[in-house]
Design a protein around this ligand. Structure first.
Ligand code: FAD
Length: 438
């Protein structure tokens, strides 16, 4: 088989030193951050396959999806954890060099088109690669169907019957195959074009309640689609805007008890104290409380974790992933205009071509299916280490949005970056051989 043959050829690479074999499944922002972290922190020769079902690395920055603004300001989008202002600086230098602007104050506060964020990630990817002559990267198009632990490592089984074995696999499959972003944009444009040609068209229904829904709806309006739009969302609320931010909040010790109820009681209590003391906005309180929840999380029994996953996670995500203020205002105006309204949830998989799936809910069940494990036994640690019934699944980590299907976060890019660096440092492959730093 082709992949088996490629793997065998790679193993016979001249130069003799054994290469660690790593796969990163998913080439979205989390997969790219992982591969950059590997090149900067894994100090031994390795071969990495970057596998995506459809998208080339960085494809989230292509076409109309790339014109949509990032939900987070530039200050929160650095891919280098030791340099939080890296993206702001890159942005300023790039825009000045291109002559796009002659002076740029406060680049850290800007929400940029995602194409620019993609260019930044690809630039850092290229720089890291140029520092690592001992690293071999392949980008592969293929849909991973199963991940099976075996004596020599983790076997990746592809949908077309191919397979290959790796020492370590990072799963960065984000919103999965059922909710791929490119499909949402494509189908929304096609449906809008069809409806615009009809005399008395039914409404266009967009299912979802997050940044993807906001970006697609506003883009359709910008392109002149004037038909009625129904937004089908269980919560029936708009995505939330960013707050003003408030540094330096102080929290008390979390409870030692192993109960989610106690954890939330503690968080509520800390929120009230913080709000009273700092006059903080809910956004600041939610962020600080979320950070504390991951501390509490380590002591929670599996039944409590499952309760969180089933009943609280969706709401937690809704209040943690936020839009730029301007996008939120335009969205609110759109609903006030009466052309767009909320309706009860609908099945996005119906055959009705006027119903478009714009959801962004990473599915723990899909992850469990990929691993052939019982979802009720699965959990993920701080570094993305996957566990089943409390026991580590050797050679497997989940990073980025897909990891947040099992635990509280990461919900922001900075959290994802911290997680992937911790994950890379935690893999037992981190040998002793030194190479140049990126
Ligand atoms: C308008 C807008 C603005 C946004 N702004 C931000 C922002 O500022 N910060 C931020 O962090 N996020 C932002 N996002 C979300 C962001 O684009 C990512 O989707 C999100 O961060 C999750 O990234 P990810 O890499 O974990 O997953 P994804 O982006 O979902 O990527 C996962 C990849 O895995 C592939 N895949 C899935 N299953 C398989 C499989 N079985 N086999 C092979 N490949 C598979 C998919 O094809 C996909 O390319 C924004 C989204 C939108 C719509």
């Amino acid at each position: 088989m082709f992949f088996e043959r490629v793997a065998a050829e790679d193993a016979r690479c001249p130069g003799a030193s054994p290469m660690a074999r790593i796969a990163v499944v998913g080439a979205g922002p989390s997969g790219l951050a992982t591969i950059i972290a590997l090149m900067r922190r894994l100090h031994r020769p390795f071969e990495a396959w970057m596998i995506d079902a459809e998208d080339a690395p960085g494809a989230f920055g292509d076409g109309p999806a790339g014109e949509a603004l990032t939900t987070e300001p530039a200050r929160d989008l650095s891919v280098l954890p030791e340099r939080p202002d890296d993206f702001s600086r890159w942005l300023k230098d790039t825009l000045l060099a291109a002559g796009t602007v002659s002076a740029l104050r406060g680049p850290q506060d800007i929400h940029v088109p995602r194409a620019l964020f993609r260019d930044y990630l690809m630039a850092r990817f290229g720089e890291a690669l140029s520092q690592r002559p001992d690293v071999h990267i392949r980008t592969i198009r293929g849909t991973v169907r199963h991940l099976l632990a075996e004596a020599g490592g983790v076997r990746l089984a592809f949908r077309d019957g191919e397979g290959a074995v790796f020492d370590h696999v990072f799963i960065a499959t984000g919103f999965g195959m059922a909710q791929r972003e490119a499909a949402s944009w494509r189908e929304a444009f096609a449906a809008a074009a069809r409806l615009s040609g009809q005399d008395d068209p039914p409404p266009l229904t967009l299912v979802g309640n997050g940044p993807r829904l906001a970006a697609i709806l506003l883009d359709l309006r910008r392109r002149g689609f004037s038909g009625a739009v129904e937004v089908a969302a269980a919560a029936g609320r708009l995505p939330q805007p960013h707050g003003r931010g408030h540094e330096g909040m102080v929290f008390g010790e979390p409870p030692t008890s192993r109960s989610l109820r106690d954890a939330f009681r503690y968080i509520r209590q800390e929120c009230s104290i913080a709000e009273a003391r700092h006059g903080g906005q809910w956004q600041t309180v939610v962020d600080a409380a979320s950070a504390r929840l991951s501390v509490v999380w380590r002591n929670l029994p599996q039944a409590e974790r499952n309760h969180y996953r089933r009943h609280i996670l969706r709401l937690h995500r809704h209040f943690s992933v936020r839009l730029a203020g301007d996008i939120h205002r335009r969205l609110a105006a759109e609903f006030e205009s009466g052309r767009t309204r909320f309706v009860p949830p609908r099945d996005p998989k119906s055959l009705d071509e006027t119903v478009i799936d714009c959801r962004e809910a990473p599915s723990a069940r899909a992850l469990a299916g990929l691993l052939g494990r019982d979802v009720a036994l699965l959990s993920a640690g701080d570094c993305g280490q996957l566990l089943s019934d409390g026991a580590p699944l050797r050679g497997l980590s989940a990073v980025g949005a897909i990891a947040s299907s099992l635990r509280p976060g990461p919900f922001t890019f900075a959290e994802t970056v911290r997680q992937v660096y911790r994950g890379v440092l935690a893999v037992p492959l981190s040998g002793h051989r030194r190479v140049s730093n990126g």
